[in-house]
Design a protein. Structure first.
Length: 282
């Protein structure tokens, strides 16, 4: 049975007092079904997108993998133009087009009133990875979010399919808060499209924090992990206490792949992290 198959869902024991109530999870289909993967650690091509002559971001396509997506400039707070291009990418993927071929056919096309356009004389630029494109688009800005597994590989290059090799035997750990604690914890639920997919937690002693996916949310929660773990890591690098990170994450708008924490959602405290682990496995 697939890990995202909810037909085996069991309500289990009642959650701790004060836990927000959500309906039983709906069956989770693969959120990337019929879509290009919106991340990569491999080389890519990219093009500028303009709206009424103003640069708003880039559209990119993997050189060798089935990946494509968008990177916006952070100085703009409008997102509607991105929806236009996502719909185009989804349609191209369903048509079986390679990501690069899909984007090339839009170069020089008439401007969409919402989505803008790719100039006819726009050069085909390249970058070694998505992190580089993020820095070129927003110098000094955040790194590219994404799940642990990208392009069929772990971060150290080890293939998910072991028949393709084993990769390095030792990986450098990411510098972030410890993911375990003996102290009480506080947590907030992460919701995507009305479904509870994961929990963000922090220890009351400010010595640990983490992202905990719900088993029932399957791959949806796995994909969402990249952005939330990135936010925790950024907080660690900025010396932000875990409990403050928890509060800060309420202010982020809903991400189309990672969901959101509702702004007015109260924190729930539990005596142990294991209780939250048990809750996530229900």
């Amino acid at each position: 049975m697939n890990s995202w198959d909810d037909t085996s869902y069991n309500s289990g024991p009642l959650p701790p007092p004060g836990t927000p109530e959500y309906p039983e999870p709906k069956p989770q289909r693969d959120p990337l079904e019929g879509r290009y993967e919106p991340w990569t650690r491999k080389p890519l091509f990219y093009w500028p997108i303009l709206i009424r002559g103003e640069f708003v971001g880039h559209i990119w396509a993997s050189q060798h993998h089935n990946s494509a997506g968008l990177v916006r400039i952070l100085s703009r707070d409008d997102f509607s133009w991105m929806d236009v291009w996502r719909e185009r990418l989804d349609a191209a993927c369903k048509q079986g087009l390679r990501p690069v071929d899909a984007v090339k056919r839009w170069v020089g096309a008439p401007e969409d009133p919402v989505g803008g356009y790719i100039p006819a004389d726009a050069p085909v630029l390249d970058a070694p990875n998505l992190d580089t494109l993020y820095q070129r688009t927003n110098p000094g800005g955040p790194a590219a979010p994404g799940p642990l597994i990208q392009d069929g590989e772990f971060p150290d290059g080890t293939p998910v399919n072991r028949a393709q090799g084993w990769g390095p035997l030792v990986s450098a750990p990411t510098t972030t808060y410890p993911a375990t604690t003996d102290s009480p914890i506080r947590y907030l639920p992460i919701v995507k499209s009305g479904n509870l997919i994961a929990y963000l937690w922090a220890s009351t002693t400010n010595d640990a924090a983490g992202y905990l996916p719900r088993t029932a949310a399957g791959r949806t929660a796995q994909i969402a992990a990249g952005l939330w773990k990135l936010r925790i890591t950024q907080g660690y690098e900025q010396n932000v206490p875990p409990l403050e990170i928890l509060d800060r994450c309420r202010s982020f708008p809903e991400d189309h792949m990672s969901g959101m924490i509702q702004p007015n959602m109260p924190e729930v405290e539990l005596p142990t992290l294991q209780q939250l682990v048990d809750l996530a496995q229900q």
